[in-house]
Design a protein around this ligand. Structure first.
Ligand code: GLY
Length: 340
C-alpha cells in the first residue's frame, strides 16, 4: 500500500516504522520533523501514574503499549530507563493524593503499597528530607523521546511536502489537525524545564508539592526533565515566567540538589487533547483518511500500540471502538474536554 503520513512526531514516525516493516511504501510529510510535542515530552512510560478517575480504558491502552515498549526500544536501539517511578507527597495533604492514586490503581487490580518517608528516601536518597512519603510504581519507566525521534528519523523518508498519489493518508499532526478535523483536538499547553548536574535522582520522581503536581525524569546523560504545566489556552505555546517558576519551586522541594544544577532549557508545546481524553486512531469520515491523533498526555507511551493499530487497520479494516475517531462526530462532541 502507498501511505502518506502527515506529521513526523513520535506518532507519525512510529506508524511509518511499523508500516515500512510490514512492506508498505511510506512517505512522511513535515516541514519541521521531530520538533513538535514529542520534542518537549519527558518520555514517561507510566500508565499508572497518569491514570485518572473514569480513565480505565486509557489505563488498559497504556498497559498494552507499555508491554510493547521493551521490544520496540530494542528494535530502535534505544535504552529504556527501568528504575520505576516514585510517587511522592511533600506534605500530609500531598500524601493523601498519593494514597488516592494508589486506591484508584487498586480498583484496577494494581497493588501498589505505600512507603514511609524513610523507605522512600532509602530507595531514592536524592529526595529532600521533608518529603512525607510515597509509593513505588516498579513497572512505570521512561525513555528519551529525542533519542527515539532520532532513531525513527533515520528509518523513515520525510519530506517537506508531497503531492505524490497515495492510497491512504494518515493524519498525525498532534494538536493542529488539518480541516475538517481541527475541531476534534484542542491544545493544552505544557511547559518543561531541563537541567543537568550531580545530586539528581536515579528514579522518575512524580508527586505533589502543596497541591501542585510535578515530575522529575532522569536521563542517562545526567540531565533531568522537570514538568509539566497544563493549561487550556488559545494562544501560541510559549514558555511563561510563572510556569517555569512554579515548576522549579515544586521540583526543588522534592529534589533539593536541583539548586546546584545547570539550567539547560525551557520549552513549551501543546498537548493534543480530545473531548474524552482518548486518542483518535482509525478511520475518519473522509474516505482514505485515517487519524492517529489526540494522544493528549500519552503520545510517547502509546506510540508503539498506535503504530500497530494503524497498520492493522490499513491491512484488515479492524478498529478499536474506544479509539474510533468517528465516535466524536457521531456523538456531536467537539474538542472541549476535561483535563487536570
Ligand atoms: N505525560 C506528561 C505530560 O503530559 O506532562
Amino acid at each position: 500500500m502507498r501511505v502518506r503520513i502527515l506529521g513526523a512526531g513520535i506518532i507519525g514516525l512510529s506508524c511509518a516504522e511499523e508500516l515500512i516493516r510490514r512492506g508498505h511504501e511510506v512517505v512522511v510529510v513535515d516541514r519541521d520533523p521531530g520538533r513538535g510535542a514529542s520534542y518537549a515530552a519527558a518520555g514517561m512510560l507510566s500508565p499508572s501514574s497518569e491514570v485518572w478517575h473514569g480513565e480505565g480504558a486509557l489505563l488498559d491502552l497504556g498497559l498494552r503499549s507499555m508491554a510493547l515498549w521493551p521490544g520496540y526500544a530494542g528494535r530502535l536501539g534505544i535504552p529504556l530507563h527501568t528504575t520505576g517511578t516514585l510517587l511522592v507527597g511533600r506534605d500530609g495533604g500531598d500524601l493523601q493524593l498519593v494514597e488516592r492514586q494508589c486506591a484508584l490503581l487498586a480498583r484496577h487490580g494494581l497493588d501498589v503499597p505505600m512507603l514511609e518517608r524513610r523507605q522512600v528516601r532509602r530507595r531514592e536518597p536524592m529526595l529532600g528530607p521533608r518529603v512525607a512519603g510515597g509509593a513505588w510504581l516498579r513497572d512505570d519507566h521512561s525513555v528519551d523521546p529525542r533519542a527515539v525521534l532520532a532513531a525513527l528519523l533515520v528509518r523513515a523518508r520525510v519530506v517537506a511536502e508531497s503531492a505524490a498519489p497515495a492510497e491512504v493518508t494518515v493524519v498525525a499532526t498532534g494538536s493542529r489537525l488539518p480541516e475538517p478535523f481541527g475541531r476534534l483536538v484542542r491544545g493544552v499547553r505544557g511547559e518543561i524545564v531541563r537541567a543537568r548536574g550531580d545530586g539528581l535522582p536515579a528514579h522518575t520522581v512524580r508527586g505533589w508539592v502543596h497541591g501542585d503536581p510535578v515530575y522529575v525524569v532522569p536521563r542517562a546523560s545526567g540531565e533531568v526533565v522537570i514538568g509539566a504545566t497544563s493549561e487550556e489556552h488559545d494562544g501560541p505555546p510559549v514558555v511563561s515566567v510563572g510556569g517555569v517558576a512554579r515548576l522549579l519551586q515544586a521540583a526543588r522541594e522534592l529534589v533539593p540538589g536541583l539548586d546546584r544544577a545547570e539550567f539547560v532549557e525551557a520549552i513549551a508545546r501543546d498537548r493534543p487533547g480530545t473531548a474524552d481524553n482518548l486518542p483518535l486512531v482509525g478511520p475518519s469520515e473522509v474516505d482514505g483518511v485515517v487519524l492517529a491523533a489526540g494522544h493528549f498526555r500519552h503520545g510517547v507511551l502509546l506510540a508503539p500500540l498506535t503504530a500497530q493499530l494503524v497498520a492493522d487497520h490499513l491491512e484488515t479494516g479492524c478498529v478499536e471502538p474506544a479509539l474510533d475517531p468517528r465516535r466524536l462526530s457521531r456523538d456531536g462532541l467537539t474538542r472541549e474536554g476535561t483535563s487536570r
